[in-house]
Design a binder for this molecule. Structure first.
Ligand code: DAH
Length: 342
């Protein structure tokens, strides 16, 4: 009896000192003391060895001991459960940091709009290389080597091979298309072009153009006018007025530049339209017979029109961007103003 009481006392001390810093430790305590093979069960089993007259008193001691172990277990469990609730110091319900999403570049937005309008008229997109040879950029477009009109486009030549250059206009893609396709041809050619210009608010050493080319039987200047008029109305709205001015390009005859009424001042006169009420937006004309013949297209059977416009200029008019340098400075405060557009 005495030995048994001492053992219980020892166990009680051990239980009192027990600690648990996590749920696994609390569970280990339960298995050790209160499990089916635990020490509390084992000591209960000693009851049968206790003389009858002492059974009542000893039973009381055993029950107290069992309660002591159970109370301790409940305390350990409650502690570690609280640990889990307050333990990690992150609040998982807080909203996360927003990831900055990029936006389309305004020039791409406008290029896509231009392309979409002409696609609806049946024009397909064609592309060509930015590093071109003299023939596709100039020669084939009726600008032979000694032609004074070459001065209109200050050219970057490639040092390793002066026969190569950075294309000065997307008219070079016309040449690439006529080389590989037979009429009827109806293409739109968006792309980057390069000219040796001093960078300023009004000029840059690279910019973007969209070229158009339509070749078929019986294509007339009236088709050219109607196509471009449709484009302007789709791009800028029904109220915009257009006018054609005679001009000169070696690859078209006759040639014309097209102006639209100034969107900034509605024709009253401002800096953008140089107080004329009109702004030029593109060059155009009937494809020169020589250009057709350069590609074996019979100029007695086929006629065509072509045009070329600057994407920067269209964007300037559409969004009132007054400095060309903004397009390539990559200032997100500028770029993100064009979200939501196509
Ligand atoms: N290539 C001309 C330029 O860069 C623009 C142009 C004018 C293109 C008339 C054409 C056209 O196709 O017919 O200034």
């Amino acid at each position: 009896m005495e030995a048994l009481l001492q053992q219980i006392e020892g166990y009680k001390q051990e239980i009192a000192a027990a600690d648990a810093t996590n749920a696994e430790m609390a569970e280990a305590f339960r298995i050790k003391w209160l499990g089916t093979k635990g020490l509390v069960k084992a000591i209960m089993g000693e009851m049968k060895n206790v003389p009858n007259e002492q059974k009542k008193a000893f039973g009381q001691i055993l029950n107290d001991f069992k309660l002591f172990a159970e109370t301790k277990y409940e305390a350990l469990k409650a502690n570690t459960a609280a640990d889990i609730a307050t333990g990690p110091s992150i609040d998982l319900s807080l909203p996360g940091d927003a990831i900055a999403v990029g936006t389309r570049h305004p020039l791409n937005i406008v290029r896509n709009q231009i392309v979409a309008i002409f696609r609806r008229l049946g024009f397909a997109v064609a592309e060509g290389p930015e590093i071109e040879d003299d023939w596709h950029n100039f020669g084939a477009m009726n600008l032979p080597e000694d032609h004074p009109a070459r001065d209109m486009q200050d050219t970057f030549y490639i040092n390793q091979n002066p026969a190569w250059l950075l294309r000065t206009h997307t008219s070079s893609v016309q040449a690439r298309v006529m080389e590989t396709q037979k009429p009827p041809i109806r293409v739109i050619c968006p792309g980057r072009v390069y000219r040796n210009e001093t960078i300023s608010a009004r000029a840059h050493c690279f910019f973007h153009q969209v070229e158009g080319l339509y070749i078929d039987e019986n294509v007339s200047f009236a088709d050219l006018k109607q196509t471009l008029y449709f484009f302007v109305q789709e791009m800028f709205g029904k109220d915009v007025k257009v006018r054609f001015r005679p001009s000169y390009f070696p690859f078209t005859e006759p040639s014309a530049e097209m102006d639209i009424s100034c969107l900034i001042c509605a024709g009253d006169g401002c800096n953008i339209c140089k107080h004329t009420g009109w702004v030029e937006i593109l060059g155009s004309g009937m494809v020169h017979p020589k250009v057709l013949e350069n590609f074996g297209i019979d100029s007695n059977k086929y006629t065509g029109f072509a045009f070329g416009m600057g994407v920067e200029r269209i964007t300037q008019l559409k969004y009132q961007v007054n400095d060309l340098r903004l397009y390539s400075q990559n200032d997100v405060r500028f770029l993100k103003q064009f979200t939501g557009a196509m």
